[in-house]
Write a protein that binds this ligand. Structure first.
Ligand SMILES: Cc1cc2nc3c(=O)[nH]c(=O)nc-3n(C[C@H](O)[C@H](O)[C@H](O)COP(=O)(O)OP(=O)(O)OC[C@H]3O[C@@H](n4cnc5c(N)ncnc54)[C@H](O)[C@@H]3O)c2cc1C
Length: 506
């Protein structure tokens, strides 16, 4: 049972129990006891640390942020003109608002997070198209952040976002927040606390998880957060199962150079092998995410840069039958497909003579920017146990076709912060499972809805069987003609479902 004193933040309890701690000396151990230990300094973990440190009700909490990697390069990151990292995310206005509320956006490099206001999504088999743009939003009384009424989402490099989060943490620490950042610190083991750490004055650490780092350091956590990604060690310690499957697919990413300076339109085409997206990063540059079969992903990474560029153009502009033909040619005997560029060009001219709604042409790929990631669907069987909560990819992972994974993680952070504030204001122990249930019940179903929606899209478009393609073509055209439905989809995808403050309904 939790004692009277374990309701207090560590900072105040520390003084009360300093002289009477039986087993643990202050030097060696109480200084390693924290109200919140966050494992994982990715975006979800760092954002949670910022969110706690920025909240007036949580500022007394002692927090440790533990990250296996060296964060120095990310902290020192500076933008390079005309060069973009290949790891990027599309952040919804809802996520931007959260980042603004916790003081992060002021640390972003001006002009480097690129807002887009137009999105073209179409079916590579039937050509059916859905077009989201500012008009849909405005005619349905929906606006996004501040005055930028037409923003659907912001494209940002992961390292840029993480850089801003770390800068904000530095600022919070300078302002007195009690946050220890332990980097290059890998978790070796996590154990349940033992009975012999009970204190005569009531500081009861017996059920607090103990985190053992590879360098031997031990940390005690009133509340342990798993923000440690899809293979979460915290989730394993907590005995929580992760449900789901691996898609037979890889997400190939690359930074593309375009023949157009437009940087306000996102393009996504669904091919039977998976969707390909071109997401605008800045004038003349886009980030590509091409979900495809593993053997094609391997081929896309190994062909020459010029052939890769042609294949990307073909994937956006030609029929999937043409694409299959190119894949076969490349698979059979690859030592440079000498006629690929001309084949793509003449087919493009024949096919797209009068098609005005095609994306810009790709004219180059940034050196060494091609990489691929396995795609998974996961949802943890639960998000909490006593003194443990999971956030971000540790709790759930989704297909990137709707660009929602990190946005979901940030919504987790917002929700968990609200629950911790509630607990603190009511004098509850923030590790208590009854309190944490509020977080789980807020996020669990919402995350499942998003994960299943992405999965259904993936399945619906992953075929070229005629009745299915006919139905989905009908579905897309119908949605496209119903602005109200489109506005609702956009609202959902823009992350304004959470508490609606990013939108104003007139
Ligand atoms: C191709 C692709 C495109 C995507 N596009 C989008 C998009 O457009 N929009 C979007 O919202 N999402 C997108 N996502 C998803 C998004 O990238 C993830 O949801 C997000 O990065 C997860 O963040 P996280 O902090 O939860 O986990 P992670 O980034 O995995 O961070 C976990 C951290 O924990 C640390 N860690 C792990 N184990 C230990 C240990 N034992 N000890 C100490 N530290 C440890 C790791 O080093 C890591 O830093 C995309 C994903 C992919 C693959």
């Amino acid at each position: 049972m939790l004692s009277r004193l374990s309701r207090l933040p560590i900072s105040s309890k520390w003084k009360l129990t300093a002289t009477s701690c039986r087993q643990y000396s202050i030097e060696a151990d109480l200084k390693n006891a924290y109200d919140v230990v966050i494992i994982g300094g990715g975006v979800a973990g760092t954002a949670l640390a910022c969110s706690i440190a920025s909240n007036p009700f949580l500022q007394n909490q002692r927090v440790a942020l533990v990250e296996a990697m060296d964060l120095t390069n990310t902290l020192n990151w500076t933008p390079t003109q005309d060069k973009y990292s290949n790891r990027t995310v599309s952040l919804t206005p809802g996520s931007m608002r959260l980042l603004e509320n916790i003081g992060v956006t002021e640390h972003l490099s001006p002009g480097r997070a690129n807002p887009y206001s137009d999105m073209q999504v179409w079916d590579g088999v039937t050509g059916a198209r859905i077009h989201f743009d500012a008009t849909t939003l405005q005619t349905h009384g929906m606006t996004s952040m501040n005055d930028t009424t037409s923003t659907i989402a912001y494209m940002i490099e992961n390292t840029h976002l993480q850089h801003a989060l770390l800068k904000r943490l530095e600022q919070c620490r300078a302002d007195g927040a009690q946050i220890d950042i332990l980097q290059k610190a890998r978790v070796a083991d996590i154990n349940q606390g033992t009975k012999d750490v009970e204190d005569s004055e009531g500081l009861d650490l017996s059920d607090w998880p103990t985190v053992e780092l590879e360098n031997g350091t031990m940390l005690k956590a009133r509340l342990l957060i798993g923000a440690d990604g899809v293979n979460s060690p915290v989730r394993k310690f907590a005995g929580i199962d992760s449900l789901g499957w691996d898609y037979d697919a890889q997400g190939v990413v690359a930074t593309l150079k375009l023949d157009s300076l437009d940087h306000h339109t996102a393009w996504q085409r669904f091919l039977p092998t998976g969707p390909i997206a071109m997401l605008p990063m800045g004038e003349g540059y886009a980030s590509m995410v091409w979900s495809t079969k593993p053997h094609l992903a391997k081929m896309l990474k190994s062909v020459s840069e010029s052939d890769f560029v042609e294949l990307v153009n073909a994937a956006f502009r030609l029929s999937h039958v043409d694409l299959d033909y190119f894949y076969k040619q490349l698979d059979n005997n690859y030592d440079g497909f000498s006629s690929l560029a001309s084949e793509v060009n003449w087919r493009d001219e024949v096919m797209n003579k009068s098609n005005t709604s095609l994306p810009p042409k790709v004219i180059g790929v940034q050196e060494a920017s091609r990489a691929s990631f396995p795609l998974k669907l996961r949802n943890s069987e639960k998000y909490i146990t006593d003194r443990v909560a999971l956030v971000g990819d540790a709790a759930h992972a989704t297909h990137p076709l709707a660009g929602q994974g990190m946005n979901q993680g940030l919504l987790d952070v917002e929700s968990l912060t609200n629950v911790l504030v509630q607990g603190t204001c009511e004098g509850q122990d923030i590790g208590n499972i009854h309190l944490l249930r509020n977080y789980a019940s807020d996020r669990y179903v919402r995350n499942i809805v998003m994960i299943s929606a992405c999965d259904k899209m993936h399945r619906l478009f992953g075929t070229d069987i005629a009745p299915v393609t006919w139905l989905r073509s009908f579905g897309l055209s119908t949605i496209n003609s119903l602005d109200f439905v489109k506005a609702e989809i956009m609202k959902y995808a823009m992350g304004v479902e959470y508490n609606g403050t990013a939108s104003h309904h007139h």
